[in-house]
Structures are given as structure tokens and as C-alpha cells.
Design a protein around this ligand. Structure first.
Ligand code: UFG
Length: 330
């Protein structure tokens, strides 16, 4: 990215990843406006120093103008299980919001976009690690909705010269200081494991132990949210008019659900009881990234790739959250 400062619209900047990226942009000296309807994000998640607009992506045309150098588009629903149960919610919001955002950007003359795509577009991969050329066959409506937006962006680049980078996140975890993962309800593995370590939950449910993996539980590629944020700042500099660049972001190492629980026991020094439960609908067995393209095209280099470090930062955040919610247990 160049040293000059820019002005950026961050949709979904009250959420976990969007909030961290907004903070990193501000720290680099840029001006940031967050657009978020607070349907899943939190007002406190918007970093100090950002302008905040409480509003929907569908209405982005109200606020977008030429003063913005680029849009970073995070606003979306992102729960695999929920998307299986209520697919329309995902099409309406994730796809509908993005259609309007692309139109508003074109009308306002804002021609650079960084989009939060996902590993869920690949579905059950035939080959691991997954490269960007792998077939896309999502196993749930969440992944299908993000893939539809990727196709939409590709068309916008080809037809109207948009400069766009889609970053396909694998499993994001960890925290950036006081900014960490917080969903209501929480469904993600690492926060739930840590809430179990804190005694907020009696046990962690392991969703299936009969997958074709070494210990039978699902394998995922965990990436630190700060490393992910780095890629967004680099992507702003790498975006080129008329090109839709797609990059996977992961560490290239797979960890099973049981390995995550084991590492969390070591990091926290606490017992984390587990029980085996049914498989969760829509879960592929193994998702591990090849991030070779991100390294080459973005110059991306992860600095916190170790699972224990990722969990340690998430643990610091989880304890802080636990205390702020008024619990008396440490
Ligand atoms: N899991 C459990 N018990 C739990 C919660 C999760 O066993 O209580 C398992 C899941 O079944 C899965 C693994 O832990 O096998 C990871 O689950 P997460 O819900 O933490 O994450 P997902 O892999 O389902 O999805 C995440 C993001 C998606 C993204 C995907 C890409 O939520 O947005 O990673 O890898 F698309």
C-alpha cells in the first residue's frame, strides 16, 4: 500500500473482522467511515476515531460519494448453520446488499473494493490445500451467497473497470487488543471452547467424530485476525482497474476440533469438558488453505500463525469480556 492516506468506507465495521480492519486503517493514518446497521455488530465495536453511520448497505447510495477512495465490504450474515435453516435471509441480505452497494459505488465513482469472501465457497474440496482455482461448490447457503457476490464483482470488474480483491477467509480467530470475536448467539469453535474454560458453559459439544479425518473431527485452518487485517491493507494497494483478484487467506495448517480443544487446555490451564454431538449440517470435513497467491500478489506474510498464539490472544479477550459482563469468577 502506498504511504499516502486515504478515505475508506467500511461496511460492517461494528463487527469482529470489520472492526479490527477499521482500527488498523485508522492506526495507519487513514480516514474511516463505518456503515453498519448493528443487526449483528455492536456500537462499541466501532473503533474510536471512525465516523459512524447506522444504516444498511442496501442504502449505501445515501452516503457514498467521490470523497471515498475505496470500500471495504464486510457487512453480511455469516453463520453456516443459520443459513441452512433460513436461506432467504442470506440471499436477501448478503446478495441484495452487495447488488446495491456495487451500483452505489459505480454511481458515486468509487472504483476500488475489498470484499470479505470465504472458504465456504469451495464446499467439500477434492484437493487440499485449497487453491483459488479449485472448483466452487458450496455446501451451504452462506457460502453460496458469498460466491454469488464474487461472481457479481467479477462482472463489475469486466464491464465497468472496478478494481476488486476478494479475500477468502478460512477460520478467523484471535483478537486485536480489546477487539475480539463476539457474536450473539456465539456459534464459533474457539470462543465456545474458551467460554467452557471460563465455566460459562458446562461442556463443549464436538459436532461429529465420524468424519474422514485422523481423529474423526473436522479440520480447519485458523488464521489470526491481525494477519487477516494485514491482507486487507495490502489488498487496497494491489487492486487494479478491471481486475478481480481472488486470494485465499489461511496458514496452510489444519487442526481438528479435538486439537483445538487440546491446545486451549494447554493455553488456559483449565479443564474443558467435551461431549460428542451430532454432525452440524453444512460442515465440510477439511478446509485448509493454500495462501500462496496472497503471498505473491499481496506480499502477505502472517506474523501470528501458531494456533497457541491465536488461542492465547482470544483467551485474553475472553477473560476481559467475562469480567466486563460482571462475572466474579476469574
Ligand atoms: N464446532 C464444534 N462445536 C462447536 C462449534 C463448532 O464441534 O460448538 C466445529 C464445527 O462443526 C466445525 C469447526 O468446529 O467443524 C469450526 O466451526 P466454526 O463454527 O468455528 O467455523 P466454520 O468452519 O463453520 O465456519 C467458519 C466461518 C465461516 C467460514 C468458514 C470457512 O464461520 O464464515 O469458517 O472455513 F466460511
Amino acid at each position: 500500500m502506498s504511504n499516502s492516506t486515504g478515505t475508506y468506507l467500511v461496511t460492517g465495521g461494528a463487527g469482529y473482522v470489520g472492526g479490527v480492519v477499521a482500527a488498523r486503517l485508522l492506526a495507519a493514518g487513514h480516514a474511516v467511515t463505518v456503515l453498519d446497521d448493528l443487526s449483528t455488530g455492536f456500537r462499541e465495536g466501532v473503533p474510536a476515531g471512525a465516523e459512524f453511520i447506522e444504516g444498511r448497505v442496501q442504502d449505501a447510495a445515501k452516503w457514498l460519494d467521490r470523497s471515498f477512495d475505496a470500500v471495504l465490504h464486510f457487512a453480511a450474515f455469516s453463520q453456516v448453520g443459520e443459513s441452512v435453516a433460513d436461506p432467504e435471509k442470506y440471499w436477501r441480505n448478503n446478495v441484495g446488499g452487495s447488488v446495491e452497494l456495487l451500483r452505489a459505488m459505480r454511481q458515486a465513482g468509487v472504483r476500488t473494493l475489498v470484499f470479505s469472501s470465504t472458504a465456504a465457497v469451495y464446499g467439500e474440496p477434492a484437493v487440499t490445500p485449497i487453491t483459488e482455482d479449485a472448483p466452487t461448490a458450496p455446501t451451504n447457503p452462506y457460502g453460496a451467497s458469498k460466491l454469488a457476490v464474487d461472481h457479481m464483482i467479477a462482472g463489475e470488474c469486466a464491464a465497468h473497470g472496478l478494481a476488486a480483491v476478494s479475500l477468502r477467509y478460512f477460520n478467523v480467530a484471535g483478537a486485536h487488543g480489546a477487539q475480539g470475536e463476539r457474536h450473539d448467539p456465539e456459534t464459533h469453535l474457539i470462543p465456545l471452547v474458551l467460554r467452557t474454560a471460563l465455566g460459562e458453559r458446562a461442556h463443549l459439544s464436538v459436532f461429529g467424530e465420524d468424519y474422514p479425518t485422523p481423529d474423526g473431527t473436522c479440520v480447519r485452518d485458523y488464521i489470526h485476525v491481525d494477519d487477516l487485517a494485514d491482507a486487507h491493507l495490502l489488498a487496497l494497494g494491489a487492486a487494479a482497474a478491471g481486475e478481480h483478484l481472488v486470494c485465499n487467506l489461511g496458514n496452510g495448517n489444519g487442526f481438528s476440533v479435538r486439537e483445538v480443544i487440546g491446545t486451549a487446555r494447554e493455553v488456559t490451564g483449565r479443564p474443558i469438558p467435551e461431549v460428542v454431538a451430532e454432525r452440524r449440517a453444512g460442515d465440510p470435513a477439511v478446509l485448509v488453505a493454500s495462501a500462496e497467491r496472497a503471498r505473491q500478489r499481496l506480499g502477505w506474510q502472517p506474523t501470528r500463525p501458531a494456533l497457541a498464539d491465536i488461542i492465547a490472544d482470544a483467551w485474553t479477550f475472553a477473560r476481559r469480556q467475562h469480567r466486563s459482563e460482571g462475572s466474579t469468577t476469574p
